[in-house]
Design a protein around this ligand. Structure first.
Ligand SMILES: *Cc1c(COP(=O)(O)O)cnc(C)c1O
Length: 458
């Protein structure tokens, strides 16, 4: 393994510079990739030297990927990654620690716990009485929130499932919420219709008045409202729902407050930005991805729950094959959807340890600063900013760009090979050019190139 890894190390050390010199994305068709795989690998009849395989995989990934780690990938929430995180993933693969049982992976489990406690405190949770764990992503964390909320309302849920409810349970999301919540409702057995979609206001924020009205209507219809999921950073526009008002409504109606901070939750690490998430400290549960704004490679999400003991009961099962729990330890397989667990936390632990909390916050603030610069520069060139958020996501319109032409416009911009942006259609049918500062490597000259490319494509 050694010589391959040494050579790979040299390649990877140059990767950022090499990818930055090229386009964030180059056109490719499926037939080309399939033909290459058919020719070179067929049905794996002939063994190949390891170095040849590595070289070919590198070539395929270079040519046939959208390079989300490129500083001018202004894309979906896919980040550039810390070098320390790449090293962490290599270590995890090599040691392959099994985190399902504490006794199998004391170092790994305690490292994750240290991290979770640190982050829980940033939310405003008491690390002693709350619980949290790493997940495959925000979708799994949102799924966990739905299950925890159903269980809290009706503890017989673990035995009888939804039959434990005398009235059909409903959950509430805004029209701009992430669709993983709809999926979570399907998996939990609630179904699509149990997801009640609350209209948004002119700034795309969940409208608390509309939520109140929908709750009253549903109660009158014989439904049982259980949970509200507020977004702290919507996927489309990065908009933060009015958390204090939604928290008040949840308190008044005895509803579980979930805050989906998959992307925006990371603002909690910056003293300058965390105030925008005020109200999150009242949540019953929080989704927070490390693999979005914290610049950790996929797959790394997190789930936090204010009610630590509840999180232990809902997933706990006795088996004859798992090691016994120690007096002052815990059994991760009893506390989460996952059973066998990868050591996800190390790829966040290592960059955090290397940069320090202040250094990590500086990267987040740099990205927020680059978005402020983009808002200013795009404004000076005649674009209008159509979303309102302090987070680094800028949605742009232009008087000369017809809304229905936005998709073609973005395709043209991407085809230019210098920047990657995407079209967005909001729930109120407005269209915009969505530009997210996903890379901590993005600099002022990259913003300038973006503005130039947008102007050229008009
Ligand atoms: C991305 C996203 C999710 C889904 O998270 P994954 O990590 O992709 O599973 C959920 N909610 C929001 C607001 C998101 O932006």
């Amino acid at each position: 393994m050694k010589s391959t890894i040494e050579r790979l190390g040299t390649e990877l050390a140059e990767l950022d510079r090499e990818l930055t010199a090229g386009p964030p994305a180059a056109p490719v068709d499926a037939a080309t990739v399939r033909e290459h795989l058919r020719q070179h690998y067929g049905n794996f009849d002939a063994p190949m030297p390891r170095q040849d395989v590595v070289d070919d995989v590198l070539r395929m990934l270079r040519r046939w990927s959208v390079h989300v780690v490129h500083p001018r990938y202004f894309g979906l929430f896919n980040p550039s990654v810390h070098d320390a995180s790449v090293i962490a993933d290599l270590l995890v693969a090599a040691f392959n620690p099994q985190l399902a049982a504490w006794s199998h992976a004391p170092a790994a489990n305690e490292i994750e716990r240290r991290l979770i406690n640190f982050l829980a405190a940033r939310i405003g949770f008491d690390p002693e009485s709350s619980a949290g764990h790493f997940t495959s992503g925000g979708a799994e964390a949102n799924q966990t929130a739905v299950i925890a909320a159903l269980y809290r309302r009706c503890p017989a849920y673990t035995e009888k499932g939804l039959r434990a409810f005398s009235k059909p349970p409903t959950i509430y999301v805004s029209a701009e919420a992430h669709h993983s919540l709809h999926k979570a409702a399907r998996v939990a057995g609630l179904g699509d219709r149990a997801v009640r979609v609350v209209p948004v206001d002119a700034e795309l924020r969940l409208d608390p008045g509309a939520l109140e009205a929908l709750l009253a209507e549903d109660r009158a219809q014989g439904h049982e409202p259980v949970m509200v999921s507020a977004s702290a950073g919507t996927t489309g526009a990065g908009v933060i729902d009015p958390l204090p008002e939604i928290g008040d409504i949840c308190a008044r109606h005895g509803l579980w407050l979930h805050v989906d901070g998959a992307w925006g939750g990371s603002a909690l690490l910056s003293d300058r930005l965390k105030g925008f998430l005020k109200g999150i400290e009242r949540a019953d549960s929080v989704t927070w991805d490390a693999h979005k704004w914290l610049s950790v490679p996929m797959a790394a999400g997190m789930f936090f729950c204010r009610h630590g003991r509840l999180a232990q009961r809902v997933f706990s099962l006795d088996t004859g094959y798992m090691p016994a729990v120690g007096a002052d330890t815990w059994e991760p397989h009893r506390m989460s959807l996952q059973w066998s667990r990868r050591f996800i936390g190390l790829k966040l632990f290592m960059p955090l340890a290397e940069l320090g909390a202040a250094g990590m916050a500086a990267r987040l603030e740099h990205q927020a600063g680059m978005a402020d610069l983009l808002r200013r520069r795009a404004g000076e060139e005649g674009f209008s900013v159509v979303n309102h958020t302090p987070l680094p996501l800028v949605c742009l319109g232009h008087p000369e760009l017809a809304p229905e032409a936005t998709r073609d416009f973005c395709d043209r911009v991407v085809a230019g090979g210098r920047v990657w942006v995407s079209p967005i259609a909001f729930s109120d049918d407005r269209r915009a050019i969505r530009c997210c500062i996903t890379s901590f490597r993005t600099q002022a000259e990259d913003i300038e190139i973006l503005v130039t490319e947008l102007l050229d494509a008009l």
